[in-house]
Design a protein around this ligand. Structure first.
Ligand code: ATP
Ligand code: MG
Length: 495
């Protein structure tokens, strides 16, 4: 056996009382893609952050080519040829794509940066993952998916031999996912090595040479791609037989419409969008990146104004001039990007969850607090969220667990229509099933109506009653769940 290019040996990490990693050993060979899988909070990102110098282990040792190394910060790791495309977007929004890539990808030492070469490399890598992104565009103007691709290009444009991809496909749709997987396969063929993290188990199986499973911070198994059936992976991750599957197909709803959209248009974003959402119904919205799904949702929510078209909510024509009006009328939008639009990083888990609901918990201050905590805890439990204490900062949660609390936040509010943009992004397969069950229950028990925008067709087929497909700003069709197939949806989406 040749010496692995990298080894993390017996690594442990504690955050106060939380043991995020216990005695984990992983190796990486030359030209290998090694996936690390596990439920939300299993310790995947913590391990990757230790490997790339963003965190220091409590104990354990890292080796490169068999030689012990110590990283005090990410620069140390970079010098040793390690680069990461992190789970959360960490770009400078006001700089251009190209400047962002340059910041991370400076070739050679600080004083002798080869700018021209760096720029060429940056552009080459960017175009390999996505031809449509203009390197001179400001990052703040890009979609989440495009930003994620920029982060990947930034990591790959370094001379790093060891690349880390922490959920790179979470916001990508089918088409970009294909391009990215092929790109990573190619990096491996060129002799570079990668740690790969994803909750999309099909792509894990396709891409990996080896799969390591973490559960509660412990290494619980290693699978070869042939051993890694979906069932085997889920079983190891959860430590019990999987309970996942699709929700039942419900009969086509004949309830009264709650939201009627007619001819909604914002030039350049979406055009002539019409659909009806019925009481207690879940409408899925599918489409490739750039289909105009998020733009349409933001317009419904009053973030932007339609140029033409009508919106009727519960029979009343509405034209919101801001999200506050939409919320007061009972229409809520849960945005796709939690870090920039979704969470308040300085506040606790409980405060983050209850913030928009505070008015509901009137009464004496301490009473209010107790009620609020109880409800947050109840929802957290339903969604199998993993946390230490509700008073801890929200930033102490793993990515998927943050998302569960954001969902809980909006479920605590009384609403008529809930628009969720990529709600289960980054959420593990078991928890996804639980969340889908919670959504179903809310529609049945409270008559809530839900629009779910998702880049994963599988998820829409699991949870929606009907699926609306958009392409380049236009509605291509609305399909009943019982008639919908992945292939059919894809054909509509590619139009
Ligand atoms: N800064 C921190 N302070 C306290 N606890 C933390 C901190 N960072 C992570 N943790 C805890 O460590 C554990 C592992 O978190 P980690 O982010 O590694 O999970 P993950 O496997 O990446 O999950 P996900 O799939 O949700 O991204 C979790 O219980 C998390 O709450
Ligand atoms: Mg993570």
């Amino acid at each position: 056996m040749p010496t692995p290019v990298f080894e993390a040996r017996a690594v442990s990490k504690a955050f106060g009382p939380v043991r995020a990693l216990s005695d984990v050993t992983v190796t990486l060979n030359r030209g290998e893609v090694h996936s690390i899988i596990g439920e939300n909070g299993a310790g995947k990102s913590t391990l990757m952050n230790i490997i790339c110098g963003r965190l220091q282990p409590t104990s354990g040792q890292l080796f490169i080519d068999g030689t012990p190394v110590h990283f005090h910060n990410p620069k140390d790791a970079q010098r040793q040829g390690i680069a990461i495309a992190p789970q959360e977007i960490s770009l400078v929004p006001d700089l251009t794509v190209y400047e962002n890539i340059m910041l991370g990808a400076q070739r050679s030492g600080f004083l002798s940066i080869d700018w021209a070469r760096t720029r060429d490399e940056a552009t080459r890598h960017l175009h390999e993952v996505d031809k449509s992104i203009d390197p001179r565009a400001k990052v703040s103007g890009l979609s989440k998916a495009q930003q994620q691709l920029v982060q990947i290009a930034r990591a790959a444009a370094t001379e790093a031999r060891i690349l880390i991809f922490d959920e790179p496909t979470a916001t990508l749709t089918y088409r970009e996912e294909e391009v990215l997987l092929a790109y990573i396969e190619n990096l491996a063929r060129e002799g570079r090595s990668a740690f790969y993290i994803s909750h999309r188990l099909d792509e894990v199986r396709r891409l990996s040479h080896r799969i390591t499973v973490l559960r509660d911070g412990v290494h619980v198994g290693e699978l070869s791609p042939d051993e890694a059936s979906r069932d085997a992976m889920v079983r190891l991750m959860a430590g019990r037989p999987p309970k996942v599957g699709a929700q039942d197909i419900r009969p086509v709803s004949t309830a009264a419409p709650i939201l009627e959209v007619q001819g909604l248009t914002r030039a350049g974003e979406f055009e002539d969008v019409s659909f009806t959402l019925r009481k207690g119904e879940i409408l899925g919205v599918s489409g490739l990146i750039g289909a105009g799904r998020t733009e349409m949702a933001k317009c419904l929510f009053g973030v932007t104004r339609a140029q033409s078209g009508k919106i009727r909510l519960d029979g009343q024509e509405v034209a919101f001039s801001g999200p506050y009006q939409a919320i007061n009328a009972g229409l809520i939008y849960l945005p796709e990007e939690r870090k920039q639009e979704g969470i308040f990083p300085l506040l606790s888990i409980a405060e983050n969850t209850a913030l928009p609901t505070i008015d509901r918990f009137s009464g004496l201050l301490h009473l209010r607090n107790r009620d609020m905590m109880a409800e947050v805890a109840r929802l957290a439990d339903q969604m199998k969220a993993k946390f230490n204490a509700l008073k801890d900062p929200i930033t102490s949660l793993s990515g998927g667990n943050q998302q569960k609390f954001i969902i809980a936040r909006w479920l605590m509010r009384d609403a008529k229509v809930l628009v969720m943009d990529e709600p289960t992004r980054g959420i593990d397969v078991n928890a996804k099933f639980e969340i889908q069950s919670v959504l179903r229950k809310l529609t049945e028990e409270r008559g809530l109506s839900i629009i779910v925008i998702s880049s994963e067709m599988e998820e829409l087929l699991d949870v929606a009653d009907r699926i609306l497909v958009m392409h380049e700003g236009r509605v291509k069709g609305v399909v009943d769940r019982r008639d919908a197939t992945q292939e059919g949806l894809l054909q509509l989406a590619m139009a």
